[in-house]
Design a protein. Structure first.
Length: 385
């Protein structure tokens, strides 16, 4: 607001010329003083305007003409009032903004607390689940090893006793060859031509616990020593353990499309950060490791088999419209066997020193690889009959 509008006043005309000149001179001096005060003080706060108002009102700042003083006082009063109103609006906005910030920070704090509690609970539960899964797996491995040693000892004693490797007439294993229907034989999920219909002793008790057990895989000299499961699809055991409990490491599982008679049995496992499951397969990218870990043992429910690693390959999961070798789709097509051989040679990290035969049977161990997007590392081994 301009102070000049307060200076449009009328003076009395009933004075002589000398007095009028003296008055006009005094007015001009007062106006110069007013201008100097306003420009010097730059009144922008109600506090400064009030302070100046009191100095003028209490004659601590004086003027030669009362009229200029009165008008200046009115200007200061209006300026102080206007400043108070503007300050009030600014404070209101600032308080509203501050309150919004407080509300936001409060909500954010609550979210962070809830998230922290959630993360803590999740990590605690994950560690608990991981510990439980490791304990379960240790128990299964101990069960497998103990029964295997016991069975080997019993077979040795029987062989020494009568000069033959005998199998009891009731199916052996004291009736441990069981199935989903309790008939003593497994169902179609695992059926194939075998020398025996009796489940291996070291797998029989585990099969009682989970009838989706498909076998046991072991790579000597590595952590790979696990039961192999087979679900109704290739998703279930990605996050499920042997006892169907939640397990972020999942389980080692066979492709649900496979049967024991297939040319190529595919077995999947996670590449975990804790070094378990199939994470050690990535070490096959080191040639020395590859050369020193060529043996894979895979026991079906009925028979013991040994495989020799012939290729360590890098591949990718392809999109529907992409062309390329999909190793994870090849299980049992004899007409595409030559193509399977050729693609393995092309994707192998090392020269394949093996001559393929049409009656070969293979096992493929597959895990994730960070070498490329949707990358996979898979190990191909041929059965040693």
């Amino acid at each position: 607001m301009s102070w000049k509008k307060y200076l449009d006043y009328d003076f009395e005309n009933d004075i002589d010329e000398t007095e009028r000149e003296a008055r006009d001179k005094a007015v001009e001096e007062d106006l110069v003083k007013v201008k100097s005060i306003i420009e010097g003080c730059d009144i922008k706060s109600s506090k400064d305007a009030n302070r100046l108002y009191l100095l003028v009102k209490e004659y601590k700042i004086t003027f030669k003409t009362e009229k200029v003083r009165e008008y200046f006082l009115k200007y200061l009063a209006d300026t102080a009032a206007r400043n108070r109103e503007e300050e009030s609006e600014r404070n209101l906005k600032a308080n509203k903004k501050l309150n919004m910030q407080k509300i936001f920070l409060t909500i954010l704090g609550c979210i962070l607390i809830i998230a922290s509690v959630g993360i803590f609970v999740y990590n605690y539960q994950s560690r608990k689940n991981a510990a439980l899964s490791r304990e379960n797996m240790n128990n299964l491995q101990q069960m497998h090893n103990a029964t295997q040693e016991s069975s080997a000892s019993e077979e040795g004693q029987e062989s020494d006793g009568d000069g033959s490797d005998r199998q009891d007439g009731d199916g052996g294993n004291n009736g441990l060859g069981i199935s989903d229907d309790g008939s003593g034989n497994v169902g179609d999920n695992h059926r194939y031509s075998s020398q025996s219909d009796t489940i291996l002793p070291e797998l029989a008790e585990m099969f009682r616990i989970n009838s989706q057990l498909a076998g046991w895989v072991n790579i000597p000299g590595t952590v790979v020593d696990y039961p192999v499961l087979k679900g109704g699809d290739n998703d279930y055991y990605l996050k499920k353990g042997f006892y169907n409990e939640y397990n972020p490491n999942g389980s080692i599982f066979m492709d649900y499309r496979n049967s024991y008679n297939d040319i190529n049995m595919i077995i999947y496992g996670h590449n975990t950060s804790d070094g378990e499951m199939f994470s050690c397969l990535t070490q096959y990218m080191d040639e020395n490791f590859y050369k020193n870990h060529r043996e894979i043992k895979f026991d079906t429910l009925y028979d013991h088999y040994t495989y020799r690693v012939i290729a360590a390959c890098l591949g990718e999961v392809k999109y529907i419209d992409e062309e390329g070798f999909r190793y994870y789709n090849y299980t049992d097509d004899e007409y595409e066997l030559d193509s399977f051989f050729m693609d393995i040679r092309n994707q192998s990290l090392y020269p394949v020193d093996y001559e393929f035969k049409n009656d070969d049977r293979f096992i493929t161990l597959s895990t994730c690889s960070k070498v490329s997007e949707n990358g996979r590392l898979y190990i191909v081994a041929v059965r040693q009959d």
